[in-house]
Write a protein that binds this ligand. Structure first.
Ligand SMILES: [Zn+2]
Length: 360
């Protein structure tokens, strides 16, 4: 059952070999850009580029809220599968010399002949530099290239990962998840946490090094914030769903929260259940995980048995919580009394895992 659960998580997909051993090769990005087979996907401010041919069918980027675990409505699904805009690497050869360009080597698809290497190009900072009129340009090229990133921005539709992944192929969902997660980290960490000097990308985008010569050996890796999320089931096979004060009206989801420093995952599951719905837990089982790069989490999904069905909420973080049988939840979703988290979320999959199929 676990494999089945994982196979449906939109942000836990992968069809390419990460090809980790090549990341440390000197000049790898340049060589991949010269390779006519290499394909490049684009990222801008955490959004991924899809073809404009899908215009009108592309789900609108949904408004973001401060709490990354907050349930969000599903975007209007597109009429057909969404595909990443994939550019020939050689068309972007010059971009590699522009200030602010971030390339990430995502890996290689060995199922193709010849095998296809994939890069991500994050244009966010390069575009900012260009819009500032090339001031402080590192090279003549910056001044000669002004329209490039504006052209790229205008040429594609830009879609949020949460809207894209549930409608994408396994390959595209995996590429987009890696690209967004790694690029979000580069945006959030621009200075060395040890000495405060600026950092530069290393290991084909998967790490950073410090630019301070005295600290040049320091390799910096992304900090991932683990969060646990748990479907709590009672002895009558009901699930408890909660509505938090910060959430939109009628949204209900399962218990979730960040793992604290020095805490085990299982302890975090039990602590969050007590804090949020006042329910002590019996058996706790791990089901699966997926990246949640909004901006830097991984969500670890559990299911647990409630020892008591008595609910106690604090009315500060959690406004209400209630038990649902399968029939009750199906009816509540159908009538619109209850809205569930979007299809990209592990919360939705935990609820549907308990329900035994798709809901709504
Ligand atoms: Zn440093």
């Amino acid at each position: 059952m676990r494999g089945d659960f994982l196979s449906r998580l939109p942000l836990a997909q992968s069809a390419v070999d990460y090809d980790v051993e090549r990341r440390s090769e000197e000049g790898l990005i340049d060589r991949l850009l010269d390779d006519p087979v290499t394909r490049v996907m684009l990222v801008h401010e955490g959004l991924v580029a899809v073809s404009k041919q899908a215009a009108g069918r592309v789900p609108v980027a949904l408004d973001c809220v401060a709490d990354p675990a907050a349930p969000r409505p599903d975007a209007e699904p597109p009429a057909e599968t969404m595909t990443l805009a994939l550019l020939a690497a050689r068309d972007l050869r010059d971009a590699a010399r522009c200030r602010g360009c971030l390339f990430i080597y995502l890996g290689i698809d060995r199922a193709c002949a010849p095998a296809v290497p994939y890069l991500a190009l994050d244009i966010t900072r390069a575009l900012d530099a260009q819009l500032q009129g090339g001031m402080g340009a590192d090279s003549e090229l910056d001044a000669q290239q002004p329209p490039l990133f504006q052209r790229l921005l205008a040429a594609y539709e830009w879609v949020e990962l949460r809207s894209f992944a549930p409608c994408a192929s396994v390959r595209d969902a995996g590429l987009a998840t890696s690209a967004v997660a790694v690029s979000m980290w580069h945006h959030s960490q621009r200075y060395c946490p040890a000495c405060g000097s600026p950092v530069r990308p290393a290991l084909a985008g998967w790490a950073q090094t410090c630019t301070n010569p005295e600290d040049a050996d320091r390799l910096l890796f992304p900090r991932i914030e683990p969060a646990v999320i748990t479907s709590i089931i009672d002895g009558r096979e009901r699930i408890v769903l909660q509505h938090n004060t910060a959430w939109r009206d009628r949204f209900y989801s399962v218990s979730a929260g960040f793992v604290e420093a020095g805490e085990s995952l299982e302890h975090a599951v039990r602590r969050e259940a007590m804090e949020e719905v006042g329910i002590p837990l019996g058996e706790v089982h791990y089901l699966g995980s997926q990246a949640w790069p909004f901006p830097s989490s991984v969500m670890l999904g559990f299911t647990a048995r409630a020892v008591s069905d008595e609910i106690r909420v604090d009315h500060e973080e959690v406004a209400a919580a209630r038990w649902f049988s399968r029939d009750e939840l199906a009816r509540a979703v159908e009538t619109g009394e209850v809205m569930l988290p979007g299809r990209a979320s592990i919360a939705r999959h935990l609820i549907e895992h308990w329900y035994g199929g798709p809901l709504g």
